[in-house]
Ligand binder design. Structure first.
Ligand code: ASP
Length: 417
C-alpha cells in the first residue's frame, strides 16, 4: 500500500512548540537529550542520516584524541566518495547543463576559523577543499573556477564526477523538461502555479513517455522507476556533521551537490557560513539539510546557535528557526507543504536535537511501504538513528510541484519496448 502525502497534509497544523511536543510527538519519541534537560554525553557526534555508516570510525577518532573537525570530515567524506549517493560528491546529480557542481563549508571551533567553497566542478571532496581554504588562505570562501584551481594547487585530483547512472538520469530529465524546472515561479512567488489535479490522464501519459525514453536511453529496467522519480521530483540531499570531544571542543561541516538540475551557478545554503553550518566554540554547532533558499533567508544555523547562546535549549532553538521559515510564508500551508528543512543541533555540553519542518517523507515505490521519518544520526558511545521532532504534523510534498502519482508509478505502466 502506498501512502499519499496529500492524505497526511489534510491534518497538518501549524504547531506551536507545545503543540508539537504534546500533540504530535509523545515524550518517549523525543530524542534522548533533545531539549529535555537530560545532560548530554561527551564525546558525541551527530549527522544527517546518510552519515550514520561512518559514525563508528569518526567516534573512534574522537576517542583517540583526533581533532573535532577531522572527525566530522571523516563522516561527510563517506557520502562524498560514494558514487551511489547521488546528492553529494562523486555521482551527485548535475545542474541543468549536466555538470556536477558541489558546495561545502566547515567551521573549526577551537581556532574559531571557517572555510567554504561554492559551485566547484571536477573535485570530489569539497569538504576537504573547504578545510584547505580555512587552513591555507586568508579568505573564507572561494567559488567556481577559482575554487577548482585552488583545489588543484592544493593537490586535489581533478576527476569526472558525473557517473553513468547520474548522466542517464540527467539525460532523461533533459528530454522531459519544458515548464517543470527550477526557472520558477517557486512556492515563495505570488505567481506560483499550483499543480494540476492528481491522477490526471495527462500525467499518466507523461510517465508512460518517460518509461519509453528511459528504455531508449538504455536505463536498466530495474532502475527505471527510480530514474523517473528523480526526473519528476529532483531529489535533494546533503550531509551535515557536528562533532564534540571530551574537552568540549566542537566543529561542524556540511557538503552537498545541491538541488538536482539546478541552474548553473546556483549556490544553496550548504556552503554559506551561518546558513548550512555554524559553529561557535562558546555555544555549540548547527547544520541543515533541505530547502536551501528558505534556510538562507533565516540564516538557519546561525539563528539556532544564537538562540542557544541566549539560553534556549537545542530543541527550542531549532523550532524557532523553523517557525521563522513558516513566518516567511505567512504560515500559508498551501505553499509551505512544498518546503522542508531539517536542522541538526549540538550544544557544547553534549545536548543535541534533530528538528524538521515536516515529519518526513513518503517512500518511493521500490522502498518499503512505510512512512519515512526525518532522522538524525547520533554516536555518543551508542550509534543510532533517532526521529526528528517536527514543527508540522504530516509530510511535505515534492517540488517542483506535481500531482501525487506514486500509486500510478506503482502500477507498472508498460513501456513500448
Ligand atoms: N540544502 C541543500 C541545498 O539547497 C539541499 C539539501 O539539503 O537537500 O543545496
Amino acid at each position: 500500500m502506498a501512502f499519499s502525502r496529500r492524505d497526511f497534509l489534510t491534518t497538518a497544523v501549524v504547531g506551536s512548540l507545545s503543540l508539537t511536543l504534546q500533540g504530535q510527538q509523545s515524550k518517549q519519541d523525543l530524542p534522548q537529550a533533545a531539549g529535555s534537560g537530560i545532560p548530554g554525553k561527551r564525546p558525541i557526534i551527530i549527522s544527517a542520516s546518510n552519515g550514520e555508516p561512518y559514525l563508528e570510525d569518526a567516534f573512534g577518532m574522537l576517542r583517540g584524541g583526533a581533532d573535532t573537525l577531522d572527525a566530522a570530515l571523516r563522516v561527510v567524506r563517506g557520502p562524498e566518495d560514494d558514487p551511489d549517493d547521488d546528492s553529494v560528491g562523486l555521482g551527485g546529480l548535475p545542474n541543468e547543463e549536466g555538470v556536477v557542481e558541489l558546495d561545502a563549508c566547515c567551521m573549526h571551533g577551537p581556532t574559531r576559523r571557517a572555510g567554504a567553497v561554492g559551485g566547484v566542478r571536477n573535485i570530489k571532496n569539497v569538504s576537504l577543499v573547504a578545510k584547505a581554504v580555512m587552513n591555507h588562505t586568508a579568505h573564507v570562501m572561494l567559488v567556481g573556477e577559482g575554487a577548482e584551481q585552488f583545489a588543484v594547487a592544493q593537490g586535489f585530483p581533478r576527476e569526472n564526477l558525473l557517473t553513468e547512472r547520474s548522466r542517464k538520469i540527467w539525460q532523461l530529465w533533459k528530454e522531459y523538461q519544458s515548464d517543470r524546472d527550477w526557472w520558477g515561479p517557486g512556492p515563495a512567488d505570488p505567481k506560483f502555479q499550483f499543480p494540476t489535479p492528481p491522477h490526471s490522464e495527462v500525467w499518466r501519459e507523461r510517465i508512460r513517455g518517460l518509461q519509453q525514453k528511459a528504455a531508449d536511453l538504455g536505463i536498466a529496467p530495474e532502475f527505471r522507476l527510480q530514474a523517473i522519480a528523480r526526473v519528476l521530483v529532483p531529489p535533494t540531499g546533503t550531509i551535515h556533521c557536528s562533532a564534540l570531544n571530551a574537552k568540549g571542543e566542537i566543529s561542524g561541516c556540511t557538503t552537498t551537490s545541491g538541488l538536482a538540475f539546478k541552474l548553473p551557478g546556483r549556490v544553496g545554503d550548504s556552503p554559506i557560513i551561518g546558513a548550512g553550518c555554524y559553529t561557535d566554540q562558546d555555544v555549540g554547532s548547527a547544520g541543515a539539510t533541505g530547502s536551501g533558499e528558505e534556510n538562507i533567508k533565516v540564516a538557519g544555523a546561525h539563528t539556532i546557535v544564537e538562540n542557544m547562546r541566549h539560553g534556549m535549549a537545542p530543541l527550542d532553538a531549532g523550532m524557532d528557526a523553523l517557525k521563522r521559515i513558516a513566518r516567511n510564508y505567512n504560515n500559508d500551508m498551501n505553499r509551505l507543504k512544498y518546503v522542508d528543512m531539517t536542522y541538526y543541533i549540538l550544544r557544547k555540553d553534549g545536548v543535541y536535537a534533530g528538528v524538521s519542518l515536516w515529519e518526513g517523507y513518503t517512500p518511493w515505490p521500490w522502498e518499503k511501504p512505510e512512512l519515512k521519518p526525518h532522522r538524525i544520526a547520533v554516536h555518543d558511545g551508542t550509534r543510532r538513528l533517532e526521529k526528528t521532532v517536527s514543527l508540522f504534523k504530516g509530510y511535505s510534498q515534492d517540488f517542483p510541484a506535481y500531482p501525487n502519482l506514486r500509486p500510478e508509478l506503482l502500477k507498472e505502466i508498460p513501456s513500448k519496448d
